[in-house]
Write a protein that binds this ligand. Sequence first.
Ligand SMILES: Nc1ncnc2c1ncn2[C@@H]1O[C@H](COP(=O)(O)OP(=O)(O)OP(=O)(O)O)[C@@H](O)[C@H]1O
Length: 668
Amino acid sequence: FQKSPMFHDGIRVALAGMFFEFSRRFAHGLIGKLIDSIYLTAVISSNDEAYDWIQHYMNIQCPIVIDSLDTSNEKTMTQAENDEMYSLKTNLKEIFWPRGKAAPRHIIISSGFGSHRPGIPVPPWIDPRNAYGSCDSLDDGEAEEEREARLDIEPAIAEAFDLGITRYLKHKGRSIRIVIGEDETRVSMNNVQKKWLVMSTFLGTHDTFTSLIQEARRQYMIQIPKRTISIFSPEPGNRWYRSASRPMRSWDSIILPPGVKEWLLTDTTEFLAERDYYEQRGVPHRRGYLLYGEPGSGKSSLISALAAKLKLDIYIINLGSRMMDDDTLNSLLQSCPSRCLLLMEDIDCAFKKRQSITHDEDKSQSGDDQSNEGDQDAMMSIKPKMLYRGRRMQHPGMGMGEPGSSVTLSGLLNALDGVASSEGRLLFCTTNWKDKIDPALSRNGRCDVWIEFTHATRAQAKDLFTHFYKNDNNPYPNSNSACSPSPLHNTGMAEERDLTAYDPSHLVSLADAFAEAIPLHKVSVSALQGYLIRHKRKPAEAAEGVKAWVDSGFGQGPTMFLKDGKMELKEIETSPTPSTSQTLNMPNGHMDTNTDDYGVDTQKAGMQLRSRKRASSKMDQIKGISVNGRGIENIPNGSIASGNDGLLRRAKTHFRALSKGKNGDDVQ
Ligand SMILES: Nc1ncnc2c1ncn2[C@@H]1O[C@H](COP(=O)(O)OP(=O)(O)OP(=O)(O)O)[C@@H](O)[C@H]1O
């Protein structure tokens, strides 16, 4: 058998096959290595703003155009150039000498109804007013069927179609190859698939990419002025990812008592500009604000408008999140950028549950089951040392026995002002229950400024009315807000929208009448906003109907229900919303109508601000803003009260006496 020639031939063929396969693999590896060594490659994640800049740059260097997009295409390229991009000649040339002049052959088209996807820049030829989808339908009274659909176009992602789609850019004489791919292994927390932009160039240097990014950024800033703010959230690995982009909320749309907004803007602007001042004095460059008070009074809205005004991105930390513990919190605070707005919403909630659990645990350990003092006292009595035990608590709100956040109060306090915490950031905490916030949070460097938000004052009601019905020849002065039509009021829009028919002085008198009917500190600004939205473009009707609305308990309850198989619109009568403020609100009967406004006082030199109307009054007092946690509440004569319970109680007693003395009312 061994002498058989077939056996020997077989061995030879097998050896030859092995040799060829080995050579092929070796050559493949060698070529790969060679290419790797002469190609420079850089990866940018879709979490990064540079991703948007490059995408936008690709669009302007080599815009994707389709005929159904509006005529503003003509601004960016002539018809001849457009045809050239799609020609066979250009496409063949691009294979051998890519310059990015051919139009991408594989694109994703989506009709632009609904919100714009984060991370994808709006192409520059799209009208900014339409950039966020839902505003489309409010255009110039054109019939719906005649209007062109807004179409978003982006290059198809390579991996999504397994097409290996690449685009080329010419920069500094080099051809840069760009591939956009999705990362299948990494889905960010809000289930948005992460994307990667991979740039590579032949024999390039790092400078090739950095200068391309700088150029792309410049173009982006010129052509797409910042219209959105980015919202960042934590993701596993203690990193931040950009979870959303939001249209900027206009500063004017925030209606607060006079002086509050302006004071806050001055304070934050000064803080951001005074880095050297802090450094020279060895003071950590950090400032914290606690916004507390009624739900729907504008806390979150103010924060987003402020971020837009200061052009800061918002970094949100949810202390109640399952993934959050002291270490995570600490490293997130260290890794947030130096100029940003750090937001912790409903700061009381994270501790509320934990504190009551701790309280319960404590009781069960000591065998004391009789305490009936309720949650609130548990909150107030919580001591950091209880939380030092480091036990992972079950979060009752999480259900399914999942472990909840294990951030401890001491962990939070340390993270906020610890040595490693990032500097130059503005911290905003919000809560509806200021009394549940540990006083330690008010220490300098944590929450320096406390701002109270109450239910609407009459001045706010009037300002809101004026803002809603302002007539400046453009019925939609701020196209980013208030632009989605209510399904209940979509008839006769053309006539309703014409606010020019209203004389400005008439609008003022309607605003006065509207404000007059609103009881002081009884209804939230968001409820007023809801009412006005139901009467949009009908100011007279809004002013006329407001009394009935107030008498019916602010239209609380369902506005639509089914009866006998028919749909009815109805407002259910309820009693007026009680003021749930836990803080020392001004007793309603005690304040005269002039006391609608906040008087503002701060301990900080040069930052004193008082209500203009109330400057000389005895009741001109701190109500609204306090600095460094002192002087939280309504202290007459502008004196400052300490944030601790004793002084707070004295302040309360003082006010009870004052209010009883004047009208017999009491404060909470
Ligand atoms: N002072 C205000 N100025 C302008 N709009 C307001 C104001 N207060 C409330 N709104 C409107 O009411 C809605 C809810 O407001 P927002 O979320 O800011 O309230 P909030 O105080 O943060 O409420 P919560 O404490 O429940 O989170 C928003 O649509 C906002 O436009």
